[in-house]
Write a protein that binds this ligand. Structure first.
Ligand SMILES: Nc1nc2c(ncn2[C@@H]2O[C@H](COP(=O)(O)OP(=O)(O)OP(=O)(O)O)[C@@H](O)[C@H]2O)c(=O)[nH]1
Length: 528
């Protein structure tokens, strides 16, 4: 059973309880808890932890039961959902009360990795290097694994791919010496984060622990991270305890959380040892590293969406200047092809589409319908088309292509696509441009002129993965926006109109709960 199945089973246990025709409150709760605990045990979560969760949920729900005889009222339903959510968060919460490590700019922060061979150490070193490099740190990688032949080549290949400077040796056999040299070199060159990858062994051996102690003494790390393979499930607890005695690591990265049934078991087992899990590895790609927080993890598990992670990701990829320029255009009722290109690039920079979809409430389902590969292919094609346009074309409202259709042929040829592909992009951009006009019309004090005077492409086919919007739907949306300027303001804020150039997540959350917005989203084919 993979983690997504665990989420589904917990959800269905809760939903069954909420819609239960059973008149007895206590029996309904017992049935729900039975289904939840079975699902958790089958995900390799420790039996004592499961039993504690069960008792906590039961006692909290019985305590606040009051005169409730069944779960029929809305208040009780909310209480059940919240209690289950809180207790699941507590199950994976490994907060030991310490302030998390935060690297400081303009000084050398040394991070040392430890873990067994094959746990995903080298991969995670590169992922973390990319994570910090995207946040503006100068990062270097040191390979102090002289035990496994090929370890340096692996780190080197990863580092080159990720464009991270690296240090290692093909001839030196002393890992302590390589680590010291690498650190000295990067410190001299004023690197702000130096990540040291160390050797692993297949088993927890005395020689490995001794090596960790020696490297640690020389390296003097600001943070030591242990890498654990989540597929070992509950055994993660024992492994982390064994390492703790030799290398006093302060944080854990759990790898291979993608598609592994035992991930939930591993997280809860580690949480029980009170060592913070700081990231989880969710794939082999360098961007498949997610900051771990109990709330984010449980929200994603239950398909509620995870705005916290979305905001974090957006912060790293959004170019404030670009967002500001697009917002200025929208305020003037414009949305050029260049604005369109920037939006596409932002979405594509955010990493694998399935990861982004998971963060947005309801979007995961949409991706499931059309398929990630198809959606991703369509988006890439769009970028190729936009890349083949001239500056004049990009800065235009698209009319230029209708006046001179030969431009479409040229762009199609240049991008290796077809004229239909170019037309489809123009249609998408026009749709956004019409929305921008509605936004302008709905602004307080605006003349409120109709927003239908944009050029229209006849008979456009659907774009897989993109909502299919009819002119009627567009009109309805425009009307709703004009009727409700508050809604429009929320939308503006969401796209960065709140002055800081960044989406305002509070506004976004509020907006998602707005019944009108939800109705509109439904019309646009986007679940919320
Ligand atoms: N699916 C998945 N695979 C991962 C993840 N992290 C690492 N891997 C894969 O796990 C395998 C082992 O990863 P490495 O980074 O080589 O492991 P290591 O711990 O450095 O191993 P040694 O260098 O031998 O000590 C590789 O095939 C990685 O691509 C993850 O989060 N998800």
């Amino acid at each position: 059973m993979v983690l997504a199945d665990l989420g589904k089973r917990i959800n269905s246990a809760v939903n069954n309880a909420l819609s239960s025709a059973q008149s007895d409150y206590s029996t309904t709760i017992d049935n729900m808890l039975k289904a939840i605990t079975t699902a958790l045990l089958e995900s390799d979560v420790n039996i004592q932890l499961v039993s504690r969760l069960r008792n906590n949920i039961k006692s909290k729900l019985m305590e606040s039961k009051g005169n409730t005889k069944s779960v029929s009222n809305g208040q009780t339903k909310k209480l059940i959902q919240k209690t289950v959510y809180d207790e699941l968060c507590a199950l994976v919460d490994c907060n030991d009360g310490q302030e998390p490590f935060r690297p400081k700019k303009k000084q050398s922060n040394i991070i040392m990795f430890v873990g067994l061979q094959g746990s995903g150490k080298t991969t995670s070193c590169t992922k973390l290097a990319v994570y910090y490099s995207k946040r503006g740190f100068k990062v270097g990688l040191v390979c102090a694994d002289t035990f496994r032949a090929g370890a340096f080549d692996q780190l080197k290949q990863n580092a080159i791919k990720a464009r991270i400077p690296f240090y290692g040796s093909y001839t030196e056999t002393d890992p302590v010496k390589v680590a010291a040299e690498g650190i000295a070199k990067f410190k001299k060159e004023k690197f702000e984060i130096i990540i040291v990858d160390t050797s692993g062994r297949h088993h927890q051996e005395e020689s490995l622990f001794q090596e960790m102690v020696e490297i640690s003494r020389v390296v003097k790390p600001n943070q030591t991270i242990m890498v654990l393979d989540a597929s070992i499930g509950q055994a993660a607890e024992q492994q982390s305890k064994a390492f703790k005695e030799s290398s006093d690591f302060g944080a854990i990265i759990l790898t291979k959380m993608d598609g592994h049934a035992r991930g939930g078991g591993a997280i809860s087992a580690v949480a029980a040892t009170n060592t913070p899990i700081i990231f989880i590895g969710t794939g082999e790609h360098i961007h498949d590293l997610e900051k771990f927080s109990p709330q984010s993890f449980i929200s994603k598990l239950l398909g509620i969406g995870d705005m916290e992670s979305l905001f974090e990701t957006l912060q790293t990829v959004t170019n404030k200047e670009d967002t500001k320029a697009t917002m200025e255009n929208i305020q003037q009722g414009k949305f050029t092809l260049l604005d369109f290109k920037k939006q596409m690039q932002t979405i594509m920079k955010m990493g694998p589409l399935s990861n982004i979809a998971q963060m947005i409430p309801g979007m995961g389902n949409m991706m499931n319908q059309v398929g990630e590969e198809e959606t991703s292919r369509s988006m890439k094609k769009m970028v190729y088309v936009l890349d083949s346009m001239t500056k004049e074309e990009l800065e235009s409202d698209g009319r230029i292509f209708i006046d001179e259709p030969s431009r479409m042929v040229r762009v199609a040829r240049g991008s290796g696509t077809s004229v239909i592909d170019v037309e489809m992009i123009l249609q998408q951009q026009q749709m956004m441009a019409r929305m921008a006009q509605s936004v302008k019309a709905a602004q307080p004090g605006a003349a409120g002129g109709p927003a239908g005077n944009m050029p229209r492409m006849p008979g456009m086919p659907n774009i897989p993965g993109m909502p299919n919007i009819s002119p009627q739907m567009m009109q309805q949306a425009q009307q709703k926006m004009r009727q409700n300027p508050g809604l429009m303001n929320n939308m503006m804020n969401m796209f960065g109109g709140n002055g800081g150039g960044m989406p305002d997540m509070n506004e976004m959350m509020k907006m998602m709960q707005d019944p009108q917005m939800q109705q509109m989203a439904k019309q646009f084919g986007m679940g919320m």
